[in-house]
Design a protein around this ligand. Structure first.
Ligand code: ADP
Ligand code: ZN
Length: 788
């Protein structure tokens, strides 16, 4: 069975977690822990003891006695209070055994203090999964548990039925704000934001430490603070249309058959299913019908979607389909307030909701009786968490399905090459949808060579003649367009044409992006801001100018070319407010907007029947990242964005502007040829020993002291070579592509081998033996999304 799985490897029984990826934790390695006793052994309550993993402790595990009063309610997965160094701490029961298991006899066990919640919050399945995640991704168990159990549900902080909201009590004049800004800049910036919002805003929206300045503003009479009951169901007030199962097409039927086989297979015998279907081929309909079957059998289903932008539409489809039956759809996403999150989580834990929809973190939804996990757009990089624990939720979904013996379906129009090669090697089953519903044609993709456009020298460098003609037509016909540019801000750099000087961040090795609305140069890595120089700081030339295009500049250009068109922009800068994205997309859907300009926020999943044109303003941005995945990413992005065109009755057209029209990613995506692309790309990966043929483990060493970071990584490298040389390709330590970020110098080392788990274990072992200096941080990224 084991070799069936997955991108990530499975091994049973799950070993105890080792050290975390971070050195601080690695250094504090503790003594051997007693084994966890079998959970099913009958427990002598009077003599019972509980093994507790203490919160926020870098994996401190201690035994406590169980007092008789709570003995009947303490179980594996319970959250409990315990005395620790004369303080009260909170922890999770990870094992129950006898006092002898705990080593009592030499000393007296302290009793635990009582239960935080009335029922265990961790299911046994989740505890097992957490073990696996900690071991595979080289993370602290405690950090993993924090991902599994969201903050809203931890401890006793969660009973918030209301939330503090701030609104403007009296609108200050600009001069008055300036006066405030002189003495209290934070107050002024909060005030400005509040005015911009124009509606009550939860105080938490302003981030940590905002309460004090807000109270200050309240005292001065500008701001009103009040407790409001919060809207407990985030989508309760939204309409959805009740639907019922559609009759499947001849193309869908065989694909559904593969999925049905997986759902109906006896416990644990089904392979993961990769549902490969072009955009608009009816994948979501198959998910819905599969879930229906699972729910009818009394089981639960978990649906993972990559991005929050996707959730409203997806959620409506799910709510609409299951409106009739008496199971609720729980929605988990990062924009929920703590109270909302607690409620949704609770709905699942209590069995009121048997379907949950959510992003990456939803893979830990506390279901006990899972029948199906769906991972939509399984190739999406956002499934990978870029902080510790650096897990990929798609791969965890496969592992969870394996551990809990349920079916798992991974869906995509552009599967990632790992999943695709698992199909080729027979680890996954394949379900295919080759046609769009109703034989709607895939959009026509035209490539515009921007080098030639420049030679023509007509018009702005971001708007080719061909795109302009196409936009003219759309406006005339009252159809809508999406313009995609994967870079926010106004200009990507400020460059001196005389000496070549580029304005860089003083803390990071990147150029600063100019933002016109803020009139500042801003670092997209660390957030550092400064006013742009009027002349070149190096040679004094006043001709220093903006180079490159961001969405802000594109918006300005399109607005000047099309003064009468209704144009809106969607990126991280314009979508700061909670409902702004939803409102803009809504307006677009109601055809109140002619052109939508945006970053990858608008690339996926959205379904607008009146959109007949998609313009990709600069297809080269993701091609030049210099990462082994950049071709794959470009192919995926182009295909996804192109999929936004022609979703209705009208035929779609896609215009791709590029300086590298001959690159394979662009040529294959032009012909909608995933198979051709993957064949060629896999050859390249094989030739250079890259994933999916080998697993990669990336070690990053960071410090404000450049020499120290480099030296530490070099000595780690020296120790790794003899231990791993036989079984892995051990790279050379080198500066990362982003060599400095937020004042930290970054060096990295790449390992490639057949077993990520073995590599990870050896690295942790070596780190434990090493003396890693205080101000050096080492992180381990298993199966990284990008290398560099
Ligand atoms: P995907 O998830 O692959 O992008 P969807 O499931 O969103 O595809 O389907 C695209 C469109 O086709 C949707 O409007 C959906 O309602 C419709 N559709 C899907 N299956 C059928 C079917 N069997 N009969 C009629 N319409 C369908
Ligand atoms: Zn910076």
């Amino acid at each position: 069975m084991d070799e069936l799985f997955p991108n990530a490897e499975i091994e049973r029984p799950p070993p105890r977690a080792g050290n975390g990826g971070d050195t601080a934790a690695a250094k504090k390695k503790k003594r051997e822990k007693p084994n966890r006793p079998g959970e099913s052994t009958p427990v002598d309550l009077e003599a019972a003891a509980a093994q507790i993993l203490i919160d926020d402790s870098s994996d401190l595990e201690l035994w406590y006695g169980i007092p008789k009063a709570v003995a009947s309610s303490v179980a594996v997965g319970s959250r409990v209070y315990v005395p620790l160094r004369n303080k009260r701490a909170v922890g999770t029961v990870i094992g129950i055994g006898t006092r002898a298991d705990a080593g009592e006899g030499d000393f007296q066990l302290k009793p635990l203090g009582g239960l935080v919640d009335d029922a265990p919050v961790f299911t046994k399945g989740l505890l097992k999964l957490a073990d696996w995640v900690a071991d595979y991704y080289c993370a602290n168990r405690d950090a993993v548990m924090r991902s599994v159990l969201p903050a809203a549900v931890r401890g006793d902080r969660h009973s918030a039925q209301s939330q503090l909201f701030a609104s403007i009590a009296q609108k200050p004049k600009n001069e008055e704000i300036d006066t405030i800004a002189r003495r209290a800049p934070r107050q002024a910036s909060i005030l400005r934001e509040l005015i911009e919002y124009g509606e009550p805003v939860p105080v938490t929206q302003f981030g940590a430490g905002a309460t004090k300045p807000l109270r200050g503003l309240e005292e001065k009479g500008w701001v009103k603070l009040e407790d409001k009951a919060i809207n407990r169901d985030p989508t309760a007030d939204e309409e959805f249309v009740a639907t019922s199962a559609l009759k499947l097409t001849a193309t869908q039927e065989p694909a559904m058959e593969v999925i049905r086989d997986a759902i109906r297979a006896p416990d644990g015998e089904a392979k993961p299913v990769l549902l490969y279907g072009v955009t608009g081929s009816g994948k979501t309909e198959l998910y819905l019908q599969a879930i229906e079957e699972v729910v009818e059998k009394g089981k639960s289903a978990l649906v993972m979607v990559p991005e929050i932008a996707l959730t409203p539409q997806t959620v409506h489809r799910f709510k609409g389909r299951f409106a009739e039956c008496d199971t609720e759809v729980a929605v988990l996403h990062s924009h929920l307030s703590q109270g909302e999150r607690f409620d949704e989580w609770r709905k699942i834990r209590d069995g009121r909701a048997r379907i949950a929809v959510g992003p990456r973190s939803a893979v830990f939804a506390p279901f006990e009786n899972l029948g199906l996990i769906v991972v939509d757009e399984e190739h999406e990089p956002s499934y990978k968490q870029d902080i510790t624990p650096r897990y990929n939720a798609r791969d965890i979904a496969v592992v969870r399905a394996h551990l809990e013996k349920c079916a798992v379906v991974l869906g995509s129009a552009t599967p990632c090459l790992e999943s695709w090669s698992n199909v080729e090697s027979g680890k996954y089953d394949l379900a295919r949808l080759d046609e769009r519903i109703d034989d709607r044609e895939l959009p026509l993709i035209r490539i515009v060579d921007m080098r030639r456009e420049h030679r023509k020298g007509s018009g702005p460098a971001i708007l080719s003649e061909r795109l302009r003609t196409a936009l003219d037509q759309r406006l005339e016909r009252g159809e809508q367009s999406i313009l995609f540019l994967n870079r926010r801000g106004f200009a990507s750099s400020l460059v001196c044409p005389a000496c070549g000087y580029v304005c860089e961040c003083s803390h990071c090795s990147v150029s600063l992006t100019f933002h016109r609305s803020a009139d500042r140069l801003i670092c997209h890595v660390c957030g550092f801001q400064r006013v742009g120089p009027r002349k070149c700081p190096e040679c004094g030339d006043p001709a220093i100018r903006l180079a490159g295009y961001g969405t802000e500049r594109a918006e300005e250009i399109f607005k000047s070319v099309y003064p009468d068109a209704r144009i809106a922009r969607v990126d991280a800068d314009t979508m700061k407010r909670k409902n702004q994205l939803r409102e803009t997309l809504d307006a677009f859907k109601r055809q109140k907007i002619d052109m939508l300009i945006g970053t990858q926020m608008i690339a996926k999943g959205l379904h607008f029947p009146n959109v007949t044109l998609v313009g990709i303003l600069n297809a080269d941005i993701s091609l030049h990242v210099g990462d082994f995945r950049s071709g794959e990413r470009t192919f995926q992005l182009l295909t996804q964005v192109a999929g936004r065109a022609g979703r209705g009755e009208l035929k779609g057209e896609v215009i791709v502007q590029t300086h590298t029209p001959q690159s394979p990613a662009i040529q294959f995506s032009r012909h909608h040829d995933f198979l051709g692309f993957s064949e060629q790309e896999l050859l390249f990966r094989k030739q250079f020993d890259y994933p999916p043929f080998l697993h990669a483990v990336q070690i990053m060493c960071r410090s404000s002291n450049e020499r120290l970071a480099e030296f530490t990584l070099e000595s780690l490298h020296k120790r790794l070579v003899p231990r791993l040389g036989e079984i892995a390709i051990v790279g050379e330590p080198a500066p990362a592509t982003l060599a400095k970020a937020a004042g930290q110098f970054r060096f990295q080392l790449l390992l490639r081998g057949n077993s990520a788990r073995t590599m990870g274990r050896v690295v942790r072992e070596v780190l434990r033996e090493m003396n890693v200096p205080e101000d050096v941080t080492i992180t381990i990224d298993v199966d990284p999304m990008t290398i560099g």
